[in-house]
Each structure stands twice: as structure tokens, then as C-alpha cells.
Design a protein around this ligand. Structure first.
Ligand code: UGA
Length: 343
């Protein structure tokens, strides 16, 4: 099988590529703006990388959609701070650019595995979000945070419509707060624009305060990236066409924690690390209002738990890595890879 991954140097892209090359005889064709997460993978003869931009290298993309069997468009802005700061770029990249890729898949009859998101459920009140039942709930237009959720939702609907009209073979997958090595770059976290786990790790490393937005009682279910990648591998295998035209949550409902619990746990793990247990002074954990942290356009999601019944049934998949192990492996890998680079 030949797989085209756009955004191959991203968090999901590079972990998935490593697993594909290690466990199968498939080939990966990948494009990204940079290659810093790819390391030795770049030397693998079944990996074909080009440095490029999906907004510019359109001919390369069309040619490779034609050439490959499966397409995974993983390029997107996925950090809430940017939804509020630059909603137009979120729309251009996450919706328009990705729609172009989807249309190539329609034109050349290619299977697309598209990353939807846990964010499409928005402020849904269900105790567990179900792919085929839950309502997708967003706030008013002035709360610009929701532009990401809306872009992704509309693309989900466009892909679904192409699929049910017989023009596209698709699977939509919805990651729920995946964490793991090389999640976001620490440089981005230095500016305060990262997702929560990288942001807290960066604060611990720099000895800066950890900010609990609006008190930190909001909850997420953190999913270790290796578990998520195992689910994606099963979707790629697509035994008996089980995933055709399906929407599948990929998350770990057992790893639910409030942001406050997350901060306390990460700080404890940091303080236990052999190189930091004698630091003496550590980041304080403090509360900040969302308006000063993100701006007026922000609105939060208070609970977000996936139902994984469909993933269990269609993929025979179950997440295995617990919360503390997930955070320890994530934090320790950041410490290892950034020795001396920050502080
Ligand atoms: C994320 C992003 O939208 C996407 O990466 C993705 O689609 C989705 O969730 C997912 O991974 O499932 P969210 O979980 O809200 O959304 O993003 P984070 O930036 O990781 O924030 C999580 C929570 O921590 C939010 O309540 C936020 O207010 C809080 N937070 C964040 C803090 O309390 N302090 C910080 O310094 C940063």
C-alpha cells in the first residue's frame, strides 16, 4: 500500500509514519514544511519526503494523490490560542486547503482518512460523546474559538456527503487530546501558544507559573499517542471494509482529569525526575481568567469524554496506557530531547 501523508512531520504524522515503516511493508509519501521530527526515518527507502507547503506545491500533491492508495491530510492549525488570534488562517488552512485535497481524492477515486476532531462535539452535554448520536454544540460567532470546530464539522459533512453519494471512500477519525513525545514544539510553548500538556511542561522547565485557565476544573481525557496510532493502523488495514464511511472516536475515557489535576500530576512527575528532584524551586500553580489568557473570543469546553464503543466494535481496539504513564513518558521525552535547550 502507498500512503500519502500531508503534514508528515506533525505530531500524528511522524508517529504514524514510524509505526507504518516498522510494522508493515507499506510506503509513505510525505510532505511538510520541516523535517525536524523525522530523524532517521528520512533514510528509510520506503519513506519519500518532500519539504513543501500544501498551499504552494499543488502539482506535487495532485500527482501523489493519483499515485497513492490512501490519503491522510493531516495539515491543520490545532491550537486554541490561534483559533482566537487568527481565525481567518484557521479557515483558510483547515477548511479551504483541506477541501482541495478532498476534491482530488474524489477526482481520482482514492480512499481518504480524514482527521476530524473531538472539538466538533463542542459543548455537547452528553456524558460520553457518540459519533452517530451526539449533538454538535458551539457558541456564538463572537466566540471565535469555535471556528476550528465549525471548519472541521463542515468538512466532515462535505466528506460524508461525497461518500454517501458514491463519490468517495472515507473514514473520519476523531482524536481526543492525544499526548506523547514531540506533541508541540517548546519554542511555541515559550510564547504561550501550545496545547495544555506541552504548555505546562514548558512552564515547569522554565520555572514559570503554571496557569489554570478559569480555575482549571474543566476536564479532558488524555490519550497516549501509541494507543491512538494503534487505532489508526487498524483503520488503515480496514479489515473487511469495516471502517468504510464510518466516523470513529479515538480517545481514552479512563484517562479523564481536570486541568488542575493535570498540573499537579505533571509537577509531581517533574519533581521526581532524577535531574530535577534537587531543583529546590518549582513552578507555582495559579489561576488566571480566560479573557486575559486567551482573549475575549475564547470559550471553554467543560467535559469531553469519548464513547469508544464503535472503535471497540469496528477495530477490536482498546487504549492501554494510563494517565500517569502517558504524562511521564511525554514529559521525560521532552526533557531528554531538549537537554540544556530551554531555561
Ligand atoms: C484541543 C485542540 O483544539 C486540538 O488540538 C484538538 O482538536 C483537540 O483539543 C484534541 O486534542 O482533542 P483543548 O483540549 O481545549 O482543544 O486544548 P488545550 O490547549 O490542550 O487546552 C485544554 C484545557 O487546558 C483548556 O480548558 C484550556 O483552557 C486549559 N489550559 C491550557 C490551561 O488551563 N492553561 C494553559 O496554559 C493552557
Amino acid at each position: 500500500m502507498k500512503i500519502l501523508i500531508l503534514g508528515v512531520n506533525g505530531f500524528i504524522g511522524h508517529h504514524l509514519t514510524n509505526r507504518i515503516l516498522a510494522d508493515t511493508d507499506w510506503s509513505v509519501y510525505g510532505m511538510d514544511l520541516a523535517d525536524d521530527r523525522l530523524g532517521k526515518t528520512l533514510n528509510n527507502p520506503r519513506f519519500h519526503f518532500i519539504e513543501g507547503d500544501i498551499a504552494i506545491n499543488r502539482e506535487w500533491i495532485e500527482y501523489h494523490v493519483k499515485k497513492c492508495d490512501v490519503v491522510m491530510p493531516l495539515v491543520a492549525i490545532a491550537t486554541p490560542k490561534l483559533y482566537v488570534e487568527d481565525p481567518i488562517s484557521v479557515y483558510n488552512l483547515d477548511f479551504e486547503m483541506n477541501l482541495n485535497i478532498v476534491r482530488h481524492c474524489v477526482k481520482y477515486h482514492k480512499r481518504v482518512l480524514f482527521p476530524s476532531t473531538s472539538e466538533v462535539y463542542g459543548a455537547c452535554a452528553d456524558p460520553e460523546f457518540k459519533e452517530d448520536e451526539s449533538f454538535l454544540v458551539v457558541g456564538p460567532i463572537q466566540k471565535e474559538r469555535w471556528i476550528y470546530s465549525c471548519c472541521k464539522q463542515l468538512l466532515d459533512r462535505v466528506i460524508y456527503a461525497y461518500g454517501t453519494r458514491g463519490h468517495l471512500d472515507f473514514t473520519l477519525f476523531r482524536p481526543f487530546n492525544w499526548v506523547g513525545p514531540r506533541l508541540d514544539s517548546l519554542d511555541v510553548a515559550k510564547e504561550g501558544s501550545s496545547r495544555v500538556v506541552t504548555q505546562f511542561i514548558a512552564e515547569l522547565l522554565m520555572g514559570r507559573p503554571i496557569n489554570l485557565v478559569d480555575g482549571g476544573l474543566q476536564k479532558r481525557c488524555f490519550t497516549y499517542v501509541d494507543d491512538g496510532i494503534s487505532a489508526l493502523m487498524k483503520i488503515l488495514e480496514n479489515k473487511d471494509d469495516a471502517c468504510k464511511h464510518q466516523i470513529i472516536n479515538i480517545g481514552n475515557p479512563y484517562n479523564e482529569a481536570s486541568v488542575k489535576e493535570l498540573a499537579t500530576l505533571l509537577k509531581k512527575i517533574f519533581m521526581e525526575h532524577p535531574e530535577h528532584k534537587k531543583d529546590g524551586a518549582y513552578s507555582e500553580i495559579r489561576e488566571v481568567p480566560s479573557e486575559s489568557y486567551y482573549g475575549k473570543g475564547y470559550q471553554d469546553i467543560y467535559t469531553r469524554k469519548p464513547s469508544i464503543e464503535k472503535a471497540r466494535k469496528l477495530l477490536g481496539w482498546e487504549p492501554k496506557v494510563g494517565l500517569e504513564d502517558s504524562l511521564r513518558m511525554t514529559l521525560y521525552s521532552f526533557l531528554e530531547e531538549n537537554k540544556g535547550a530551554i531555561c
